[in-house]
Design a protein around this ligand. Structure first.
Ligand code: GLN
Ligand code: ZN
Length: 752
């Protein structure tokens, strides 16, 4: 055996699964038809993988929504409230994934979280006092059987018990250890069944091993696997890790009778040193993740072969693989016509990465045909350097990252400047992107309307919403972001240095895909981006209108980054571009500017020791670079979507923004205690209602939340706002919710 992959995208080359599933949700497609579409997509994937010459093909990586949910569902880790609905398995599965509202009842979805350091989301399994783990019949066995019948050398894959426990929630006072015996039995049963169906190898995904491992973590891992591996029913077990190194876990992995270990040699930079110095267990096959599963650049063959040659020294049984599932990259570059062919040759999506594995395998067997072309590609400069921008970066001084005067002084000046009432009200930026707004953009893109017509429509929408905001009585207004389809793509489009795919969809969660831009070269600003629309909005009102920018860290994190320069450099380039935009807004009379950083938290390195040195130490300064030169009276806001930043609260305060708004409504406002205890200085708008649901919060409900906030924070520090942008909501909900928000605020103000 010489080459394989960990998993393949499943949404379909043209997002067929998304469209079929959405039709199924709208009852325009039967369950049978959906199953048929899914099978068609799997068959097509398998044919591609087979044609690429993979010796082993993973199965079970297909999912109707999420593979962590698949594993939980297979194991009957389904809370009672879903079972009580009495639905068909597929309907129950979707109830877990997206909630259910209908004749059988009303339940919310399981909560969803980012999958490690990716923009993919998994559903968080819930264990409680009623959890009865037992092996059912969901996807895994049928997919494997099907592949087997098609004559494929299939390797069933599922989430391993350790990672499953580490990613789950435990209720009713339960904890992970309580479920160890039942999980051992269940996984043993799964292995036995797969082995009896003819599985030679079984892949258990254990990416949680790349986090810091405590002694208790290692004990948990051993307690799960020692008994399980004492009876493998004749199958070979691969422990597959990805997204990092196994520095803490290698000794435990080595001591257990796994047959194969899958290690990531791309993101897990320390893995190479680790196995070349500590050695690799002789009895095991090394599945070497050597082709990047997460980024879209071509592999440098010389470098990959050099790594492999080092690995050969320590692991005689070597299988070439990807660094993680190819789920995180688009299907293929074949459908890209927006990128010039000479540039496209530098890119490799999932299908092209299969060729790379084959090329590397061939080169190791003496066939160097592909090697020369690859060397030529890497020997030429890929893009033209922007020397001016890099000179500017080289000349940056400490004071360029520091706004003057100190925040306390600035806030006092700003209070005089704006005369806002106590508990100022505002929103996060976007208003509903109605079908009409999207249709207008689609028409413009297709060339059916002129730029003037396109802009006129958006401006009319802005005018309508400025009037609405004034009528509602909000204090700081926004223009509504009608000209933006996506907060990153919009800026990438206007800046120099980005490339956009036509079809480069990557699954974000369930049926939702994203099309991340590619940071191709040096980023620079050649013209104002948001000034005209913001100035127009400001011209319509005497109240302040917030300028709205996407922050440099978020632009980087939601794009495919370069590999030839550091993320720090790219982020600084973006920051300088945005700094010019900020100053331009200020020059045109915009006094409040919001720099959104919803993705700042999510790229925090998986290991705590790397948080600052590998990330925050440059990410925080990059943010500061954007606003360091504005006047003291110009107020800088920022916004973050996830409030899970208790552990990096000082870094958030160090962004040195004047005001931050964040999602709090769902996280039961626990962050308030942290803000209080750490003497957080930035003014804060903890979202007072959850915009991710169509529900309209009542005035009383919001009053209660404001009281809770004021119990922890001084009133001078508090802003009142929803917890995120409103672009996904319907207009009537937005109007009703904001009306209650303003009324609740006014009610509380009277008490103060
Ligand atoms: N300003 C953006 C909006 O309101 C922020 C979006 C986000 O936080 N993801 O849509
Ligand atoms: Zn948000």
């Amino acid at each position: 055996m010489t080459k394989t992959i960990i998993g393949y995208p499943r949404i379909g080359e043209h997002r067929e699964l998304k469209f079929a599933t959405q039709k199924f949700f709208k009852h325009q497609l039967t369950e049978d038809e959906l199953l048929k579409t899914a099978k068609g997509l799997r068959d097509k994937n398998w044919a591609t993988l087979k044609a690429a010459g993979l010796n082993q093909i993973p199965t079970g990586d297909f999912s109707f929504f999420d593979t962590t949910l698949d594993t939980a569902f297979l194991l009957n880790i389904v809370p009672k409230r879903y079972q009580a609905l009495g639905l068909s398995p597929l309907a129950e599965y979707f109830a877990l994934a997206r909630g259910y509202q209908g004749p059988a009842g009303d339940v919310k979805a399981l909560s969803m979280k980012k999958w490690f350091n990716t923009n993919y989301h998994y559903l968080v399994p819930e264990f409680d006092a009623d959890t009865q783990i037992k092996v059912g019949d969901w996807q895994l066995f049928a997919q494997f059987k099907d592949a087997k019948e098609q004559g494929l050398n299939a390797r069933p894959a599922l989430v391993g018990s350790y990672t499953l426990l580490q990613l789950s929630r435990f209720l009713d006072g339960k904890q992970a250890e309580d479920f160890v015996p039942a999980l051992i039995d269940a996984y043993s049963e799964i292995i036995a069944k797969l082995a009896s169906l003819g599985a030679e190898w079984i892949q258990l995904d254990e990416p949680a091993l790349v986090y810091d491992q405590t002694i208790a973590d290692k004990a948990l891992f051993t307690s799960l696997y020692q008994p399980l591996l004492s009876h493998k029913h004749g199958a070979k077990i691969l422990a597959q890790t990805y997204f990092g190194d196994v520095t803490d876990a290698l000794s435990v992995l080595a001591s257990l009778p796994f047959d194969g270990l899958g290690l990531d040699f791309i993101e897990g930079k320390a893995n190479l040193d680790l196995v070349t110095s500590a050695g690799f267990p002789e009895d095991k096959v090394l599945f070497a993740g050597i082709v990047n599963g997460k980024n879209i650049w071509r592999t440098n063959y010389d470098q990959a072969l050099a790594t492999l040659a080092q690995l050969d020294q320590v692991a005689p049984q070597l299988v070439l693989s990807t660094s993680c599932s190819l789920l995180h990259v688009p299907y293929t570059t074949r459908n890209e016509d927006q990128i010039a062919p000479e540039e496209l040759q530098y890119l490799a999506f999932a299908e092209e990465k299969l060729t790379e594995l084959a090329d590397l395998d061939a080169a190791r067997n003496g066939d160097n045909a592909a090697l020369q072309a690859n060397e030529t590609l890497f020997s030429k400069p890929r893009y033209q350097e922007n020397a001016a921008i890099n000179a500017k970066i080289a000349a940056l001084k400490p004071e360029d990252y520091k706004r003057q005067p100190a925040r306390k002084e600035r806030l006092a000046l700003q209070a005089k400047e704006f005369h806002l009432p106590v508990l100022p009200t505002t929103t996060i930026g976007s208003f509903p992107q109605t079908p009409a707004v999207r249709k207008n953009r689609a028409k413009f893109r297709k060339g059916e309307i002129s730029e003037e017509e396109y802009t006129a429509f958006n401006r009319a929408e802005t005018k309508r919403w400025i009037d609405i905001q004034e009528e509602l009585g909000l204090d700081v207004l926004v223009h509504g972001e009608f000209e933006r389809n996506d907060m990153v793509e919009y800026f990438g489009d206007e800046l120099e240095g980005f490339r956009f795919t036509a079809n480069g969809w990557v699954q974000s969660y369930g049926t939702r895909g994203v099309k991340p831009p590619i940071i191709w070269g040096d980023v620079a600003r050649t013209h104002p981006i948001t000034v005209a629309e913001t100035v127009y909005a400001q011209s319509l009102t005497d109240k302040p209108v917030k300028g709205m920018l996407t922050g440099p860290v978020t632009i980087l994190n939601w794009s495919f980054p370069r590999e030839d320069v550091s993320p720090k450099l790219s982020t600084e380039q973006i920051a300088l571009a945005l700094a010019d935009e900020t100053l331009d807004l200020e020059k045109h009379g915009i006094k409040i500017i919001q720099i959104d950083e919803p993705a700042l938290r999510e790229n925090l390195p998986l290991r705590k020791k790397d948080w600052f040195s590998k990330y925050l130490d440059w990410a925080v300064p990059a943010f500061r670079l954007v606003s360091s030169k504005v006047q003291p009276t110009t107020q800088i806001h920022t916004h973050m979507c996830y409030s899970e930043f208790g552990d990096i609260i000082e870094a958030i305060d160090a962004l040195d923004a004047d005001v931050i708004s964040f999602e709090a409504a769902r996280a039961d406002l626990t962050l308030l205690d942290i803000l209080h205890d750490t003497h957080f200085e930035t003014e804060v708008g903890p979202g007072v209602y959850d915009i991710h649901s169509p529900r309209v919060p009542s005035e009383d409900e919001i009053v209660t939340i404001i009281h809770k906030i004021l119990a922890r924070l001084p009133k001078e520090q508090v802003w009142i706002n929803p917890d995120c942008g409103l672009k996904t909501r319907e207009e009537p909900e937005v109007l009703a919710s904001l009306k209650n928000l303003v009324a609740a605020t006014k009610q509380v103000r009277k008490e103060l």
